[in-house]
Write a protein that binds this ligand. Structure first.
Ligand SMILES: Nc1ncnc2c1ncn2[C@@H]1O[C@H](COP(=O)(O)OP(=O)(O)OP(=O)(O)O)[C@@H](O)[C@H]1O
Length: 864
């Protein structure tokens, strides 16, 4: 595999760098800190997800939150692409020939180790050489060989506590387990056989039971039919006997009742004769009652006749008096009518009089108000004149006040202006304007102002007084003006009132006579009132009613005579009979009649019973005939029933036995299935037994083969030989004074010391030299040769060699030597990557990659 390309995104100082490695010797050159080693870090991180810069976050370019590296590798067959991300949600991926083959960090790393044919540790200690570590391989040769040979791992493998022994123990345990299983297997087989035999036995039983059950079922069906038929007959028999019993009981009861009823009604005819007398006796009682009614009516009618005679006498008297009073009554009525006719006008007369009185009162009040107001009205003209004068004076005072105030402000202005006057002449008087003159003018002005102030005060006082007076007069004037309006209104009312009073006077005059007439009528009515009232009291007595009463009196007298007659007849009929005795006799016979009625009812019942007895006797006869026909035998019925029960019980017992057999068969079936499965399972497990025995034997053999004397010494021999051959081959190409190199490789001792090695150098003269005696250049050459030899010996598919700053700490001579060695190494390894700050190393390159830092970002430029 060779490295074709790497893409770094936000990785260390690279924001986005895509670097191709197109040459055999690719030199990456640039200033310190330019970002060269970052490219190697990118390659190592892509291959093994490891680095030497602390945690993964340190790899992310400052200012970014995630980083990504993509590495392209190839050989003749395959193209590999590895993508690793830091702090991203996507997983690491490995794409082979454009097909994703692995995902996740560990899987990708394992796959890469397989593809390269070298593990991470060996690669990092051989073909990837970090700054200043080139000849470290010579010092660490022993350790590195130990890692390569991995003999400790083999020892661990065959140790008595190692995995092979452990695995063998496991297999032995399994074998023991299988022996136990085999025993179980044999037992199970025996058990299965027994169970199968038992199944055959049970199936036979079942068959036998099934036949017996069928037979029994047929018998039961036949028996059931017979029993059901007989049961029907029994039900019929029971029904008929029950009815017969009921009817016979009833018949007995009826016969007893008939006997009793006959006994109770034996005296009935004798009693009937006695009771026949009752109607006769009741007839006499009716007559007694009628006589009593008649004598009550006689008394009543006699009383009524007396009363009616009195009433007729009263009527005759009243009618006579009524006739005498009638003219007074008629006159009274006439006067009443007249009074009624006069009443409306009289009421009008009275109302007009009242109205007149109230109007006269109102007139008197208004006359008084008018005379009051007329005094005020005379004052209005007077007040108008006074107001006129006062207003004139008010105007005059205001004008004077204005004048005084303007003089005051004029003088004040003179005082104020005087201080501002420039020049030497007085603006008031034209005299020279010195301080004395100024003061004089001010004093004069001030005394004039104080005089004016006095005048102003006087004027203001008088103005206030006049204004107050005027306000009062105006208020009074407003009141009087108001009164004037009221006065006019009263005069208008008085005019209307006088007119109305006159009209009322005229009307009262016209109606005056009616009052007199009414007085007269009332006088006469008063005189007639007693006759009128007496007449009204007698009003109800009239001739017709008197006539009706007389007719009724006649009728009543006639009725009285008739009653008397009837009473005489009854007295004769009832002569010699005692009322009380009669009543006793009647009540005795009535009691007997009740007894007779009871007897009659019983007789009815008796006859009904006799009819029923006849019908029942007929029924009983018929029922007995029917029972004779049925011919039911209870013993036979019981025999049938018992036989059916016995058969059913036997059937049930057999069915129970059959279900027990089936239950056992069912459980046996399950057991057989379970045992068969177990046997199959055992067989499956036992199949491995032979394999396990073989395995144990093989493990024993492997352990032996892996022992010190066999595989380990072979590995050491083979590896030693291979590396040695490769090393000598490479050295021969390097043109050194070394003829030959031998490697001593040691095996792990019984004291536990690890495996390792030492290097012995033979010069062209055939002398041996220790490594410490080599020159610096020879050390570098040997280091590179050894690294390449190991890589080749491991049959790795890496085919690239990386050197990071190999010239560091080298003097010029050694540097030149290194360049030559790198050139020569080309023959042993197809692709070399060298990182250097040293322009000289560029001479070795056939492809140059320049890295430089601008700001804090690394930029890459390739040149061929
Ligand atoms: N996470 C990061 N983000 C940005 N820059 C970083 C980050 N980590 C390291 N650097 C810077 O990246 C630069 C490149 O480092 P690198 O080791 O690749 O340099 P170099 O070219 O190999 O230098 P030298 O020859 O001195 O070893 C350094 O200047 C370092 O400070």
């Amino acid at each position: 595999m060779r490295i074709d390309k790497i893409t770094l995104t936000n990785f260390l100082s690279h924001e986005h760098s895509e670097i191709q490695f197109l040459g055999e010797i690719n030199v990456i050159v640039g200033q310190n800190g330019a970002g060269k080693s970052s490219i190697i870090d990118g390659i190592v991180f892509s291959l093994f997800r490891t680095h030497s810069r602390g945690n993964n976050d340190n790899l992310i370019r400052k200012g970014s939150n995630k980083a990504s590296v993509t590495l392209h590798l190839s050989n003749e067959k395959d193209k590999i692409e590895i993508i690793r991300d830091i702090r991203s949600t996507t997983e690491d991926r490995l794409i082979r020939n454009q097909i994703p083959v692995a995902r996740s960090a560990t899987v990708v790393s394992n796959e890469i180790e397989k593809i390269l044919g070298i593990d991470k540790d060996i690669a990092l200690s051989t073909i990837i050489v970090r700054q200043g570590e080139l000849d470290k391989i010579l010092e660490n040769f022993q350790d590195i060989m130990g890692k390569i040979l991995k003999l400790e791992s083999i020892e661990k493998l065959i140790d008595s506590r190692g995995p092979i022994v452990e695995f063998k123990k496991n297999l032995e345990n399994k074998l023991r387990e299988l022996d136990r299983i085999e025993q179980d297997y044999n037992n199970s087989k025996k058990n299965l056989e027994e169970k199968r035999n038992r199944v055959l036995e049970l199936e036979k039983d079942r068959k036998k039971l099934e036949d017996e059950i069928k037979n029994l079922e047929n018998q039961i069906t036949e028996l059931k039919k017979q029993f059901e038929d007989y049961e029907k007959k029994r039900n019929q028999y029971l029904e008929l006997t029950t009815i017969l019993k009921v009817k016979e009981t009833k018949l007995n009861e009826l016969n007893k009742s008939i006997e009793e009823l006959r006994r109770q009604t034996e005296n009935m005819d004798k009693l009937e004769k006695e009771v026949n007398e009752l109607d006769n006796l009741k007839n006499f009682r009716l007559k007694f009652e009628k006589y009593e009614v008649l004598s009550r009516s006689y008394m009543e009618i006699s009383n009524n006749i007396l009363n009616l005679e009195k009433e007729i006498e009263e009527y005759e008297k009243a009618i006579k008096r009524k006739k005498e009073l009638e003219p007074h009554y008629l006159r009274y009525k006439e006067l009443e009518r007249k009074l009624e006719e006069l009443q409306p006008k009289y009421e009008e007369y009275l109302k007009s009089k009242l109205n007149l009185d109230s109007k006269l009162n109102l007139k008197e009040r208004l006359d008084k108000d008018a005379s009051e107001f007329s005094k005020d009205i005379d004052r209005i003209g007077n007040l108008e004149q006074i107001m006129e004068e006062k207003r004139k004076r008010q105007l005059d005072l205001r004008a004077q006040l204005g004048k005084v105030e303007s003089l005051i402000s004029e003088k004040n202005e003179i005082i104020n202006n005087l201080s501002q006057v420039k020049g030497e002449t007085c603006p008031v008087c034209g005299r020279p304007l010195d301080e004395g003159h100024k003061q004089k003018i001010v004093e004069e002005a001030k005394s004039y102002i104080s005089r004016l102030e006095l005048d102003k005060n006087e004027l203001e006082e008088e103005l206030k007084k006049i204004t107050d007076e005027l306000n009062k007069i105006e208020k009074e004037y407003r009141r009087l003006s108001n009164n004037k309006a009221n006065y006019d209104n009263i005069i208008k009312q008085l005019r209307k009132l006088n007119e109305e009073i006159e009209n009322l006077h005229n009307r009262i005059e016209a109606l005056k006579d009616i009052e007199e007439e009414i007085k007269k009528i009332n006088g006469e009515i008063k005189d007639l009132k007693q006759y009128y009232e007496e007449f009204m009291r007698l009003f109800k007595y009239d001739e017709k009613e008197l006539e009706r009463k007389k007719v009724r009196l006649d009728e009543m007298n006639k009725k009285k005579v008739e009653i008397e007659k009837e009473m005489r007849v009854l007295e004769t009929e009832l002569q010699g009979l005692d009322r009380k005795e009669l009543e006793n006799k009647i009540s005795d016979l009535e009691r007997k009649k009740k007894i007779l009625d009871e007897m009659k009812k019983k007789r009815g019942v008796l006859e009904d019973y006799i009819g029923q007895v006849e019908l029942l006797q007929e029924d009983v006869k018929k029922l007995k005939e029917k029972l004779n026909i049925i011919q039911f035998d209870e013993n036979k019925y019981n025999e049938l029933k018992t036989s059916l029960d016995v058969h059913n019980a036997s059937l049930k017992e057999k069915e129970n036995r059959k279900s027990r057999v089936e239950g056992e068969l069912d459980s046996l079936g399950k057991d057989i299935e379970e045992i068969s499965n177990r046997i199959k399972n055992y067989e499956l497990q036992l199949k491995d037994k032979e394999k396990i025995i073989n395995g144990i034997n093989k493990l024993e053999k492997i352990r032996d083969a892996l022992g010190e004397r066999k595989l380990q010494s072979y590995i050491i021999m083979a590896t030693k030989q291979l590396i040695e051959n490769n090393l000598n081959d490479i050295i021969s190409k390097f043109d050194l004074s070394i003829k030959n190199v031998e490697m001593e490789i040691m095996q792990k001792t019984s004291r536990g010391k690890g495996s390792g090695g030492n290097i012995v150098i033979y010069t062209n003269n055939g002398d041996t030299l220790p490594i410490v005696s080599l020159s610096g250049g020879e050390r570098i050459a040997l280091s590179i040769a050894l690294r390449l030899a190991i890589a080749k010996a491991l049959m790795s598919n890496t085919n690239f060699f990386i050197l990071d700053e190999p010239t560091i700490h080298l003097d010029d001579q050694r540097k030149a030597y290194l360049i030559e060695i790198i050139r020569a190494a080309k023959e042993s390894v197809p692709q070399i990557l060298v990182v250097t700050h040293d322009e000289e190393v560029v001479q070795a390159a056939d492809y140059v990659i320049r890295v430089e830092k601008r700001g804090n970002k690394s930029f890459v430029r390739e040149e061929t």
